[in-house]
Design a protein around this ligand. Structure first.
Ligand code: MF3
Ligand code: CO
Ligand code: CO
Length: 334
């Protein structure tokens, strides 16, 4: 059979027109209910910058001026690790709590409000807020990346629709250290390809973490991730990488999620870094919106991501972004 000949098997549902009543019995218009969005994600309206009270300790960029240094030592003292464990847990709890609000009809700004408020409730600064980069600092407290958005989507007034997937990337700064973690959530009922993409991305993250053991090389992490993604016919984004983390949000240690021969440094106990593979259903090439932040796949295929902050111990990887109750974390890995 040639690619251009189409055969239909199974029972077909005759779908309503956009403004007709949905087939599911909700009484809602189909376009507001079960219609899966194939529209590309567009830039929406971004609301005013939210304030953080003076009582909360802030990273250097909070006033919109300073940039980060990248030169922090990769091997951390036990005292820093203790602080990173607490901040990491608060970040993970904040991320896990989003499962209670993500559903069709809320906006990505609603997610931002929830993350901003949860951060302050933990006594933490939401690290993305005013983070330097692009033409302007990042204006919100979390990155929300819908469908073909690879990463760094800016929360705006776009309504989440049934069938969307949305990655929420939460980073908190507390006790002088950062905890960075993200997950891709389903919005209502999601098509099978997207479900498979999200499952495989979660598996890639777990395999990458398992490779973070002393004596392995940094590029063993990317090798494990790339092998699994490509075995499922998926792509690995090259333009964004995991990073060293600690008292700085991003240090100069890079963790590629594909095999990179030159990243042959040996993994040592005490290192802390993120593993955050972005896996695509189609092309792994990225394009940047004119906002200088939002990255989308060049063919607009869907993309998913998971992220954890990892501490390498003699016994293997410790996940610092472990929530207080892993059974309540809808996307917990292990
Ligand atoms: N949390 C992202 C990461 O995993 C970085 C976000 S920076 C921001 O590295 F400015 F876009 F928020
Ligand atoms: Co990160
Ligand atoms: Co992140």
């Amino acid at each position: 059979m040639t690619a251009s000949s189409t055969s239909y098997t199974g029972r077909m549902r005759v779908l309503p027109k956009a403004n007709e009543v949905c087939w599911c019995g909700s009484g809602q218009k189909y376009k507001r209910c079960h219609k899966v969005s194939t529209d590309p994600v567009r830039q929406g309206r971004i609301s005013a910058i939210r304030q953080v009270p003076d009582s909360i300790a802030k990273p250097t960029w909070a006033d919109g001026t300073s940039v980060e240094r990248w030169d922090e030592p990769q091997v951390k003292s036990p005292e820093i690790i203790e602080r990173m464990r607490r901040t990491g847990r608060d970040a993970a709890d904040t991320l896990a709590s989003l499962a209670d609000i993500i559903r069709p009809g809320i906006t990505t700004e609603d997610i931002d409000i929830a993350v901003h408020e949860a951060s302050l409730a933990h006594g933490a600064y939401p690290s993305p807020l005013m983070y330097p980069g692009g033409p302007n600092p990042f204006p919100k407290s979390v990155c929300t990346s819908v469908n073909e958005v690879i990463c760094h989507g800016i929360p705006d007034d776009r309504t989440l629709r049934d069938g969307d997937i949305v990655n929420c990337d939460v980073t908190l700064f507390k006790e002088g250290v950062h905890g960075d973690t993200n997950a891709t959530f389903f919005v209502g009922d999601v098509d099978e390809l997207s479900q498979r993409l999200v499952r495989v991305t979660k598996e890639c993250t777990a395999l990458g973490i398992q490779a973070a053991v002393p004596g392995n090389r940094i590029n063993d992490i990317g090798r494990a991730i790339q092998t699994h993604a490509e075995a499922h016919g998926f792509g690995v984004v090259r333009d964004f990488v995991g990073h060293g983390i600690g008292e700085q949000f991003h240090t100069d240690l890079q963790i590629c999620h594909y095999y990179h021969p030159r990243l042959d440094d040996v993994i040592e106990p005490g290192m802390t870094f993120t593993i955050e593979p972005m896996i695509t259903a189609g092309s792994w090439r990225a394009q940047m919106w004119s906002d200088g932040w939002t990255a989308v796949t060049s063919d607009k295929s869907r993309t998913a991501q998971f992220e954890h902050t990892i501490h390498v111990t003699d016994d293997g990887p410790e996940i610092l972004t472990t929530p207080s109750d892993t059974s309540k974390h809808p996307y917990w890995l292990l």
